[in-house]
Design a protein around this ligand. Sequence first.
Ligand SMILES: *Cc1c(COP(=O)(O)O)cnc(C)c1O
Length: 490
Amino acid sequence: MSAIPRASARLPAADAGRLPSVDRVLLQPEVAHLIERHGRRFVTDAVRGLLQSWREAALRGAPAPAADGPALAQALSARIAARLAPRLRPVFNLTGTVLHTNLGRAALAEPAILAVAQAMRGPVNLEFDLASGTRGDRDTLVEELLCELTGAEAATVVNNNAAAVLLTIAALGARREVLISRGELVEIGGAFRMPEVMASAGARMVEVGTTNRTHAADFSAAIGPKTALVMKVHASNYVVQGFTAAVPETELAELAHAAGLPFAVDLGSGSLVDLAPHGLPREPLPQEALRAGADVVTFSGDKLLGGPQAGIIVGRRDWIAKIRKHPLKRALRASKLVMAALEATLALYRHPEQLAARLPTLRLLTRPQREIHALAEDLAGAVTAAVAGAVPGAAFCVGVEAVSSQIGSGSLPIDMLPSAALVVRPARAGRGAGRQLAALAAALRALPVPVIGRVSEGALVLDLRTLEDAAGFRAQLALLGAGGSDKADA
Ligand SMILES: *Cc1c(COP(=O)(O)O)cnc(C)c1O
C-alpha cells in the first residue's frame, strides 16, 4: 500500500478542501504566463509537486498556506526557478586545496577557454589533414607541442590519466606479466587501485620487493619469459619514509631494455616545468623520466599541468604507435573540446617566463602569502558582518590567520604552501558550537554561488589563496542571512 492514500485518509477534511485541484490551478491567470514561459508539462509537474508538498505539510500539522492566486503563483515560480537552476554551478573554492578533484581541479587559462568556445561553436579540423584534404588523427593537434616540451618522440591523448595507465598496460602487457614494486601499489581514489587496473587491463601483476624496500636484484629475479612490461608508479598521494629503498629510473630502464622490455612510468601529476624556481616543492617532470630511459610516461592534463581533464601519454614512437592502435584508445579518446583546451594550455608553456602570470594553476600556487594576507585583512569586516546574522542564535568570531594550503590531486601530499585565511569560530565554545559551525558552513554552501570552506579543529577556515574574484565573494556575503539562500521549498 502506498503512503499517500493512507495519509490522505487522515487529512482533516477542512484542509483537504482548501487545496485546489491541479486543473483549477492551471486555469489561474497568474499561472498562464508561467505555462507560456516554461511549457504546460513542466508547469503541470511543478503544480503537482507543490500541492503534494502542501498536503504533506498539512499532515504534519503545519498551517495550510493561502492557496489563492498570487501566493500560489509565487510559490510555484520559486519551485520552478529551483528546478531550472543548473545542477553544475560555479562555486568559491576556499578549501585551501588548489587542485580540488571534487571541485573540478584546474581552472583553465583564458586562451584555453576561448579555444574551447570556438571548437564548440562549429566544425573544426579534429581528424582532418588540411594539407592533403584526407582523414587525419586528433593526436597530431598536440603531438608536436608535447614532443617539443618533453623531448618525446611521440604522444597520444586520452580521457584522463587513469585511462592513460589502463590503456598503456592493456596495450603493452595484456595476457602477460607486468612488474611493479610493492611500494607502488597505489590507490588514487575511487576504484582506481593498481592491482585492479592491472586486472582490468588483462595483465598479470607481479609484485616486486617489499613495501618499503625494493632493489634492482628483485626486479632482475622477477623478469621471466612471460614478462611484458616493467612499471614504475609515482607515489603521488603518500610517502614511504624511514628505512626505504627504490630502484632509480635509469637502472629500471637498463634492466628492462637488457631483457628487451619496455619501461613505463606513471607520474600521476607530472609537471612540465621545474617548480623549484617558483618557490614550490619539486615534482618529477616527464622529460626527466624520458631522459632516464622510460619508454612511456603518463600524466594528467588537469593536475599541475593546469589544463583540461586528459591523460597524456608520451614516449618512444614504436610503443606509442602500439598504444594508439589498441581498441581501447577509441573508447578512451579525448573530445574536440579537450583537444582545443589542451593545445592552448600547452602553447603557454612555450614561454615559461610568462607561465605564472598566464596559467591560473601556477598563478594560484605561487601567490605570495603577504598578498593573500592583505586580501584577508581587506575582507575581514565583510565576513564578520555577514556571519553575524547567518545562524539564528549563534555568534561568531572572525580572525585573519596564517594557514597552509595544499596543491591537491595527490601532488606533493606533505608539502604545504604558506597561506592566509579568515577563520570563523563560534563565540561560545562548548555544547552546540559544532552544530552552529556546521549550520554556518551549510548557509555558505546554500548561497547562489556556494562558498566552500573547510571545517578544521572547531573552526571554519576560508583559505583565500584561491580567491581571485573578491567583488563576487563580497556580493555573496551580502546575501548571507538576508534570505539570500535559495533553498528549494521541497
Ligand atoms: C592522479 C593520478 C592518476 C589518475 O589521474 P586522473 O587524471 O585523475 O585520471 C593516476 N596515477 C597517479 C600516480 C596519479 O597521481
